[in-house]
Structures are given as structure tokens and as C-alpha cells.
Write a protein that binds this ligand. Structure first.
Ligand code: FMN
Length: 166
């Protein structure tokens, strides 16, 4: 049996949208993995993805942001489609943001080809504030160094002093 989502569960979107009007896009970020279980998969596989993305489309979210560790990987064992492609398939009219290790140009293009309207970058953007220029020049982005997060994830002097190489 696929997951069930009631109208009451998605009503929060309607209520928030009503409150903010058209001033702010109201979307939902969703992933299979959890902070305490990175490898979690929706147990109903694609049938669950269908229910979840259709429910978000019905709620008229302005965007769906899907995140996986590697966004291009098939979302479910035995399947072909990644989570971006499934979001596009089951929420065809909604803007899709794809996220998950997309800081190499070919991976970002894969995400767009899968149906993403936008690519969201976390670590890649932190280590490459000049990533658009790196992509344009077809250079390899810098590897992410988690020293940037230590001792706490504040903005470091080195980030403020950053000068693009070109
Ligand atoms: C320093 C840091 C802080 C993050 N904080 C959050 C957070 O508060 N909430 C959240 O949902 N994801 C958080 N993430 C996860 C990112 O939003 C993103 O999904 C993840 O880094 C994968 O994208 P990437 O491969 O482009 O880095 C954080 C990631 C990093 C590196």
C-alpha cells in the first residue's frame, strides 16, 4: 500500500500561501533521507513518490525542492528515474529545484535534463563562490573542505577576502 496523504496534511501550504499572498514563493523541500537515516527510502517506492508529488501539486506549492545525496542516482532500486524526474512526472506544472552533489557541470546539466528548473548547490557553492565562472570556463570546481565549517559554521575571513581566480 502506498503512503497516504490527507488534505489536512497539506493544508499548511494553503494557509501559509493565503497569509503571504503572492509576495513570497511557498514551496516544500523534501527528501527520502533523514538526518538520522541518510539511506532511508520511501517504502512504497515510485508509488509513494506519485502520492507525495501529486499531493504537493494539488496543494499548489510554488516549487518542490528535492534533495538526494547524489541527485542523478535512480531514486529506487530496480528503477531508472531519479527523484527529480519523478517530481517532474507527478507534479508536471510545478517548478522543480534539484539538489545533491550537483557541483560538477555535467551533473548540473543531468539535473536540468531530468526535469529540474533550477539547480541548488550547497557545498559546491561554499567552496566555489565563483562557480558560474568556473562552469563557463569549463574548469573543475574546488573540492569541498569542511574546515570551512569549523569550529563553527560562521562566515570566515577567508570567505570575505575571496578573490576569483579569473
Ligand atoms: C553547512 C551546511 C549546512 C546545512 N544546513 C542544512 C539545514 O539547516 N537544513 C537542511 O535541510 N539542509 C541543510 N544542509 C544540507 C544542504 O541544504 C544540501 O541539501 C546538502 O548539502 C546537499 O547538497 P550539496 O551536495 O550541493 O552540498 C546543510 C548543508 C551544509 C553543507
Amino acid at each position: 500500500m502506498p503512503v497516504e496523504i490527507t488534505d489536512a496534511e497539506i493544508e499548511v501550504v494553503t494557509v501559509v500561501k493565503k497569509k503571504v499572498g503572492h509576495k513570497v514563493p511557498v514551496g516544500v523541500r523534501i527528501s527520502q533521507g533523514k538526518v538520522n537515516d541518510f539511506k532511508n527510502k520511501w517504502p512504497g517506492g515510485e508509488a509513494d513518490a506519485q502520492v507525495i508529488f501529486r499531493a504537493l501539486a494539488k496543494a499548489e506549492v510554488d516549487f518542490i525542492h528535492v534533495t538526494e545525496f547524489e541527485a542523478w542516482q535512480p531514486a529506487f532500486e530496480g528503477g531508472q528515474d531519479n527523484l527529480i524526474a519523478l517530481a517532474r512526472k507527478y507534479a508536471p506544472g510545478i517548478r522543480i529545484i534539484g539538489n545533491g552533489s550537483l557541483h560538477k557541470l555535467e551533473r548540473a546539466i543531468d539535473a536540468l535534463d531530468s526535469g529540474a528548473d533550477f539547480v541548488f548547490l550547497g557545498r559546491g557553492a561554499l567552496s566555489n563562490p565563483d562557480l558560474p565562472a568556473i562552469f563557463a570556463a569549463k574548469r573543475m570546481p574546488r573540492e569541498f573542505d569542511d574546515a570551512i565549517l569549523k569550529p563553527i559554521a560562521d562566515i570566515k575571513a577567508s570567505e570575505l577576502e575571496f578573490q576569483p581566480t579569473d
